[in-house]
Design a protein around this ligand. Structure first.
Ligand code: ADP
Length: 355
């Protein structure tokens, strides 16, 4: 199968010796929405710029639609890039800004104008067509940047923190528009962000990066349910991680590790040393299911807010686990601070990973 984009062991070392990205492997299908997620400095933008062709690749190869584009200049790649600050020309009109990419390609004027009019119409920008780009709101500038990126009809749209400059409200609105637009156009989107909610809410798959290395590539739900590395377990969602020593397989894809809190069973081989428990997997009363994991603690905090009870249970290693329960439960209402509490966890919700 030919992929829209394929990165084969792509790496980047800057001239000053900074290793920004190493051994990045990725295959992206047509129409997929893929987010690069990770803390600042982990190599997201460098990777995006290598895909765009703005940055030389130190090692590896970039394929697009089955063609090796590793040494193809940006304007000859089927990509278009949208920058965080939009990189609009402030003294050019909206129309001139949008037409820019087509001018660079040397498109005849009549054809260019037809395409520009069509995209301005699509983004509801006709009434601003002759206004200078610096005389527009953040949301409008964002739309112009999108229009400018899409007018060249790229196969792959590259977006570098495109919502970073917007306030929270506008961000949500444009997030929705972006998702709808992507579905409608069927274009492949590669989206760089350090905002977890954005990556998980928008994309089909997320590439989690740390220190120039790919930690995990998974659909959002899978990142929550089955983190594969300690970094992902710490970075995504809200997990509690228990350390232990391997105790072997327990059958049916489950394994066991011995921890300070006793034997913990979870999804794995049993040769792992960490058990990752998502916050929502803790039950305040045991489930009495086979293999159920039980951990003792004491209630350290109890807040009942409307229908939801926010509890904290302190474990014997003095860690606190936050639990949400129904505030209507009589057993929850009866709990006093310092009371002993048994937590129950379904092993199927626990993931065993290597340290
Ligand atoms: P992110 O987009 O995840 O914030 P970047 O790709 O911008 O990360 O940066 C990755 C690493 O490469 C960082 O350590 C950064 O300081 C470094 N870096 C980025 N650009 C350059 C450059 N032009 N020269 C040297 N180091 C750079």
């Amino acid at each position: 199968m030919v992929h829209d984009l394929e990165l084969i062991s792509v790496g980047k070392t800057y001239p000053d010796g900074t290793v920004a990205v190493s051994d990045f492997d990725l295959k992206v299908e047509k129409g997929e929405f893929v987010a690069f997620l990770g803390p600042s400095g982990c190599g997201k933008s460098t990777t995006l710029r290598m895909i765009a062709g703005f940055e030389d690749i130190t090692n590896g190869e970039v394929m697009m639609m089955g063609r090796n584009v590793t040494h193809v200049p940006p304007e000859k790649r089927p990509t278009s890039m949208i920058f965080q600050n939009y990189a609009l020309f402030p003294h050019m009109s909206v129309r001139e800004n949008v037409a820019f990419g087509l001018d660079v390609k040397g498109m005849p004027k009549a054809e260019r104008d037809t395409k520009v009019d069509r995209i301005l119409d699509m983004f509801d920008l006709e009434q601003f067509a002759d206004r200078k780009a610096d005389k527009l709101s953040g949301g409008q500038r964002q739309r112009i940047a999108l229009a400018r990126g899409l007018v060249v009809e790229p196969e792959i749209l590259l977006l570098d923190e495109p919502l970073g400059a917007l306030d929270a409200n506008l961000r949500r609105i444009i997030q929705n528009e972006l998702k709808l637009l992507q579905r409608e156009l069927g274009i492949t989107f590669i989206f760089v962000t350090h905002a977890q909610s954005e990556a998980l809410g928008l994309s089909d798959r997320v590439v989690v990066m740390s220190n120039g290395v790919v930690e995990q590539i998974s659909p959002p739900r899978e990142l929550y349910r089955r983190p594969k590395t300690p970094f992902v377990a710490d970075f995504i969602g809200s997990n509690t991680v228990f350390e232990g020593s391997p105790k072997g397989a327990a059958g049916n894809g489950f394994g066991r590790i011995e921890t300070l809190f006793g034997l913990i069973e979870g999804v794995g081989q049993g040769n792992e040393t960490l058990a990752v428990v998502p916050a929502e997997a803790f039950r305040i009363t045991p489930l009495d299911t086979p293999g159920e994991v039980r951990i003792e603690g004491t209630l350290s905090e109890r807040q009942l807010v409307g229908a939801v009870g926010h509890l904290k249970v302190r474990l014997s290693d003095s860690r606190e686990v936050a639990i949400e329960v129904s505030a209507d439960r009589p057993d929850v209402r009866a709990l006093t601070l310092g009371a002993p509490v048994t937590l129950g966890i379904d092993p199927a919700a626990i993931t065993l990973i290597h340290a």
